[in-house]
Design a protein around this ligand. Structure first.
Ligand SMILES: Cc1ncc(COP(=O)(O)O)c(C=O)c1O
Length: 287
């Protein structure tokens, strides 16, 4: 079965899907994106993802390419055509195609592309033993709250992580505090069992999974706080983990050369991972 993509109003074979060379996403990274998890055929946190897409578009003054109900039906059609049970939907909107010039072009329609793919389940040993992260300087711009396709620092950071045998790189600001991973939010659990993640402002992307985890933590009566934490505090933490739509809650058991906790996934990380997975499954039952 060949994969199918959606490009500016048409479903096309993935291999033939293409955008114009003067698409502003290609030339200026002048566009935004979203990634939505598909679990058991259902979209997880669909509405918050679409709300964040609207917010990102608004911040960059890019028009919505289509109405929300139309976009929702394209997402469902794409999942169906690609026969995705567990995977993701990727959507990208750029300012459109125009003769290359920096200012916003006039009378240009935004361009939209959607793809869908399957993702493999996380291996049990990854969940049990956790993953390694490295720390790197945060060299990004000052509007990390906008989910733009301008991801070069993230790409370089993730590559550095891979070359160090790590799963993720935690970016560190000029004050020595962790902002977030290159494609995940960063969390620690302190020795007195307080769950900590960076407060959401312009320095991080406010992850939709992050928000769901905070909600679950509250519901389960866990002690939590949204604030900056230093690399040293992370190294001294009892537990650590990362979150994103496709990594859910992934325990972290090594930061740079330091083993976190006893080197196995921490109990709060495992509890939140399980809660998140049950929550994701419940999303399917309501669609
Ligand atoms: C920089 C960054 N932070 C955090 C996240 C996690 O966001 P979400 O939970 O919405 O997937 C992502 C996801 O792509 C990201 O790119």
């Amino acid at each position: 079965m060949s994969r199918v993509a959606y490009v500016n109003g048409r479903f096309v074979t993935h291999g033939d899907a293409a955008v114009h060379i003067e698409d502003r996403g290609y030339q200026f990274a002048d566009g935004v994106y979203e990634v939505v998890l598909v679990q058991d055929g259902a979209l997880v946190d669909e509405v918050p993802h679409l709300d964040r897409l609207d917010r990102s578009l608004g911040e960059l003054r890019i028009d919505s390419p289509m109405s929300r109900p139309s976009l929702q039906s394209v997402m469902r059609e794409l999942i169906r055509k690609n026969r995705i049970r567990n995977g993701l939907v990727y959507m990208q909107v750029t300012r459109g195609v125009s003769r290359r010039d920096h200012p916003f072009p006039k009378d240009v329609k935004p361009a939209i592309v959607l793809t869908a793919k399957r993702i493999a389940a996380t291996k049990p040993e990854v969940v049990e033993n956790g993953v390694k992260v490295i720390t790197i300087p945060d060299i990004r711009w000052k509007r990390c709250d906008i989910k733009t396709v301008s991801l070069l620092p993230n790409v370089l950071g993730k590559q550095q992580a891979r070359e160090s045998g790590a799963y993720e790189a935690w970016q560190v600001d000029e004050d020595g505090n962790v902002t977030e991973g290159t494609s995940t939010n960063a969390w620690i659990v302190t020795k007195d069992n307080e769950l900590v993640t960076r407060n959401a402002n312009e320095n991080i992307l406010n992850g939709i999974t992050r928000l769901s985890i905070l909600r679950l933590a509250e519901r389960e009566g866990l002690k939590f706080v949204e604030r900056a934490f230093s690399v040293q505090e992370a190294l001294d933490a009892k537990e650590a983990f990362v979150s994103s739509a496709t990594s859910f809650v992934t325990p972290v058991t090594q930061i740079d050369q330091t083993v976190i906790g006893n080197g196995k996934a921490g109990s709060m990380s495992v509890q939140l991972r399980d809660s998140y997975l049950s929550y994701a499954a419940s999303e399917g039952r309501t669609q």
